[in-house]
Design a protein around this ligand. Structure first.
Ligand SMILES: [Zn+2]
Length: 354
């Protein structure tokens, strides 16, 4: 930790913690916009677009969300995305998420999107990018939330396919700020994408990658060394490697941790065993995020509330996690400082009213 905690933070009573977690300003840095598709919206879009789903009701679809690992989740996730065809569909999906995020006091959201999930179905990349970008713009005007897009490559596909996606997206580069790497981790190590990430770095994009969710610490090392990322998405397996933990702590490398996702995909089947408190205590720059909120049982505030209730963390950790999220965002330093001031004011109010 490189900053002092607000004065009198210890006076905030435990009973106030849930309300503090809900109302404190925060950034969400790890969420896949396709993973915000609620079953109701999937059915509405299917009807609007004349798409037939392999489920005959909202309830049947919702009850299919009994994943046991990353792959069983991804199979349903790609089926859900099949209803997205037109720019308005992408816009509506992103607006639905951003409205919820603003209600959760998210002041900054950086959204992953997977163009290959859509271009492989024949949807032009500009339909995807322009629909999402328009939502980010309108959400700022409507709810005051700052939002930006991170284009993610699907790692189960080839590096050549990633290069093709990048080239197709470049005419629209003003609409996204960074590049990520997601989908099936095991068997698809970061170094598979070393050359395309080097190209993205040369183009001036921010770089992030999923690593150490189910995969070993070696994947986190190669995301750092081969891909030169600025944030690690998940990274919870880093705990198995002492040297890696030291490197992450010393460099203040942000980890975008997703507690409910980890629980649902059985990375930590019992939330009480989640290593978030240990990572924080070890000096790592961890943040809390929702990953695929429609599929994993909750948006970002649900993640905070449930992991705090399960692990017994308190106001000091709440402050650290929120501040880490604001400062690990790709917003400007001046904008980050303004949000940190809002965070400090929020904690001061709770300490005063105690
Ligand atoms: Zn993810």
């Amino acid at each position: 930790m490189t900053y002092a905690l607000p004065a009198a933070i210890e006076r905030i009573p435990a009973a106030q913690l849930p309300q503090l977690l809900r109302t404190m300003p925060k950034a969400e840095l790890h969420m896949h916009i396709e993973g915000s598709l609620e079953p109701e919206l999937i059915f509405a879009l299917a009807q609007r677009n004349g798409v037939t789903l392999p489920y005959d009701s909202v309830q049947a679809l919702r009850s299919a969300y009994a994943f046991t690992d990353l792959q069983s989740f991804l199979d349903i996730y790609y089926a859900g995305a099949s209803v997205l065809l037109h720019e308005q569909d992408f816009y509506d999906m992103a607006m639905a998420y951003l409205e919820r995020a603003a209600a959760d006091h998210v002041v900054r959201a950086e959204l992953f999107f997977d163009p290959q999930t859509h271009t492989e179905r024949g949807v032009p990349i500009e339909v995807v990018i322009l629909g999402l970008s328009r939502a980010c713009h309108d959400a700022q005007a409507r709810w005051g939330i700052s939002a930006a897009l991170i284009l993610s490559f699907l790692r189960h596909l080839s590096e050549e396919a990633a290069f093709e996606t990048l080239e197709a997206a470049l005419p629209y580069r003003a609409h996204f700020i960074g590049i990520g790497l997601d989908s099936s981790e095991l068997g698809n190590p970061p170094e598979k994408f070393e050359r395309v990430f080097a190209r993205c770095k040369a183009l001036g994009f921010h770089l992030v990658a999923h690593a150490g969710e189910e995969g070993p610490p070696a994947y986190v090392w190669s995301a750092l060394n081969a891909l030169q990322v600025e944030r690690i998405d998940h990274g919870v397996q880093s705990e198995k490697d002492v040297e890696l933990m030291q490197r992450l702590a010393q460099t203040r490398m942000p980890l975008t941790v997703c507690p409910l996702s980890n629980q649902k995909l059985c990375v930590f089947p019992d939330l009480r065993e989640h290593n978030l408190p240990r990572l924080l205590a070890a000096g790592l720059n961890v943040t809390v995020n929702s990953d695929d909120p429609a599929y994993f049982g909750g948006y970002v505030n649900d993640n905070y509330l449930q992991v705090f209730a399960a692990t017994g963390m308190g106001a000091a950790q709440a402050y650290q996690l929120a501040r880490n999220s604001l400062e690990a965002s790709f917003a400007s330093p001046a904008q980050q400082a303004a949000w940190v001031q809002q965070l400090d004011d929020c904690f001061a109010r709770f300490a005063q009213s105690a």
